[in-house]
Design a protein around this ligand. Structure first.
Ligand code: AMP
Length: 520
């Protein structure tokens, strides 16, 4: 299939040719004919598949058949969740429509509205918008959507994740009944499937890179590492000079800032992009990254949506996402448009459950890098190294054989019980002592056993807030006090242990908490 075979206008063919596109991507080949005919469409495709051109090119061709001099009213609306994506879509319309007389503009929140209102007043054929600002300007009477011929709902699943679905519905209520609707979504959660039934008429469904499969061009690598050693592992990974442009994902804004600081201390130029950064700071970070002034861009998921950097050498999941589809989104940032890429993931003990979910979704094991300087120590004991139990072996729920009870008990300090009970009476719990590491060392206890001991201690620290006061006690109700955490203590200069203890002090288990979108 060629672009010529898609019956596109010569002006569009010329623009596409100048951009260096030789053949339509699968989503383009499948979508363009339907959109040109005016049909509705559901596109299951993620960023990086060429989906912007899949709707922008045919929309431009349809609009071109009747362009008024005033470019009023607005005839096509593209709704997208983030400012970055909005800017990029507008840029794509400009590029593809370079030889046509179609006017495009973009509006988004977080910046003054006056220039946007002025652009709208000059006349616009295609409006690219984020939902909040669009509703604002509609309410103020600056935008009339009653003549929209084509409506594109882009990244519908992200709209849902980001809590914009209500705003999206308000926008849809402003649109004329008779219109063409195109909905794009990388995943199809129930709510989006229902929305699509309500807003689309006899849509054709186009699916590329199904949500459950990761892009083949991407080489995936997984490093099991303790949480506290991730920063050192990142520095180790970045020693590979071939990784000249690296997008690092963190789950939180704070985490992104911390990674930037840590990299800075290690002499690696990096910047962060996330929801707390103003538009100017985001643009500066993106430009620095694109120009090669900085090698590493650290981003949260939401901020990274739509970052269009084709030359990305690697994506690093500094933290695994708790929503497996997000992993697919993230790694799709590399290996774009046929180029190869590397997706490197760091997985600490707490994240093993997320890894399981990712592998279930992608139906593939993520290849593990066994040989690296910061291997995960917590619960990663090789069964071969363990001593034979004297008494019956204790099996852990997750199948990892724990040390026999007889070996574990002596090392578990009596502290938790003793510390908690008086703590409640005194309304302030004393932190239980951690296992005395040097003593364990002296006892010659092999590493796996020490880990089992540590786990035992963690579990045996009850949350005082959950305990009822003893009968006859004067305390009327348990005082909600924070769960006492063992003090973190470095037990040796052997670096990997730092992380193990950090994970210990962190005190969380690899549970599957309630899944929430990770705010950027
Ligand atoms: P998108 O999925 O729309 O974000 O597009 C991803 C990237 O692929 C963008 O940088 C586009 O410029 C590029 N692209 C889109 N279509 C093609 C094509 N047919 N051939 C080569 N590159 C393309």
């Amino acid at each position: 299939m060629t672009f010529q075979e898609l019956n596109l206008l010569p002006q569009l063919l010329r623009a596409v040719d100048e951009l260096g596109y030789t053949v339509p991507s699968p989503i383009q080949a499948q979508s363009i004919p339907t959109v040109l005919k005016g049909g509705d469409l559901i596109g299951c495709a993620q960023t990086g598949t060429g989906k912007t051109a899949a709707f922008a090119i045919p929309i431009l061709q349809r609009l071109n058949s009747r362009v008024g001099k005033s470019h009023k009213p607005i005839r096509a609306l593209v709704l997208t969740p983030t400012r970055e994506l909005a800017l990029q879509i507008k840029e794509s319309f400009d590029q593809y429509g370079k030889y046509l007389r179609i006017q495009n503009t973009v509006i988004f929140g977080g910046v003054g509205q006056a220039p946007q209102v002025e652009a709208l007043q000059r006349g616009v054929d295609v409006l690219v918008a984020t939902p909040g600002r669009l509703n604002d300007l509609c309410s103020q009477g600056h935008i009339d959507l009653s003549a929209i011929e084509t409506f594109v709902l882009d990244e519908a699943d992200r709209m849902l994740d980001m809590g914009f679905i209500h705003d999206v519905r308000r926008v849809i209520a402003r649109l004329p009944e008779k219109r063409q609707t195109l909905l794009f979504s990388a995943t199809m959660p129930q709510e989006i499937a229902e929305l699509s039934k309500q807003i689309l008429k006899d849509p054709i469904r186009v699916e590329v890179t199904p949500q459950s499969s990761t892009v083949d061009a991407i080489e995936q690598r997984l490093y099991k590492v303790d949480k506290g050693n991730k920063k050192l592992l990142l520095q180790h990974v970045l020693q590979d000079e071939r990784l000249d442009s690296v997008l690092v994902f963190t789950n939180t804004k704070h985490g992104a800032d911390r990674v930037v600081k840590e990299l800075g201390r290690a002499g690696v130029a990096a910047m962060a992009i996330h929801g707390n950064k103003g538009q100017t700071a985001r643009i500066r970070a993106l430009d620095s990254f694109k120009s090669g002034a900085i090698r590493v861009l650290v981003a949260t998921d939401i901020a990274a949506r739509g970052i269009d950097v084709n030359e990305l050498a690697a994506v690093v999941n500094y933290e695994l996402p708790n929503v497996p589809e997000t992993y697919v989104h993230r790694i799709g940032r590399t290996g774009r448009a046929g180029r190869s890429g590397v997706a490197i993931s760091f997985c600490n003990y707490d994240e093993l459950a997320y890894l399981k979910d990712i592998e279930k979704l992608t139906r593939k094991k993520v290849p593990v890098v066994e040989d690296h300087p910061w291997p995960m120590e917590i619960l990663e004991a090789s069964p071969k190294k363990q001593r034979e139990p004297r008494a019956g072996r204790v099996k852990r729920a997750d199948g990892v054989p724990a040390a026999p009870r007889a070996q574990r008990l002596p090392a578990v300090p009596a502290a938790p019980k003793a510390a908690v009970v008086p703590a409640i009476k005194a309304k302030r719990p004393a932190a239980p002592k951690p296992p005395a590491a040097p003593a364990e060392k002296a006892a010659g206890m092999p590493s796996p056993d020490r880990e089992a001991v540590i786990l035992k201690v963690e579990r045996s620290v009850p949350n005082p807030a959950m305990l009822q006061p003893a009968k006859g006690s004067k305390a009327a109700a348990p005082i909600p006090v924070p769960r006492p955490e063992p003090t973190m203590r470095r037990i040796s200069s052997d670096p990997p242990r730092v992380g193990r203890l950090a994970a210990f002090a962190d005190g969380r288990r690899a549970g599957r908490g309630r899944r929430r979108p990770q705010k950027g």
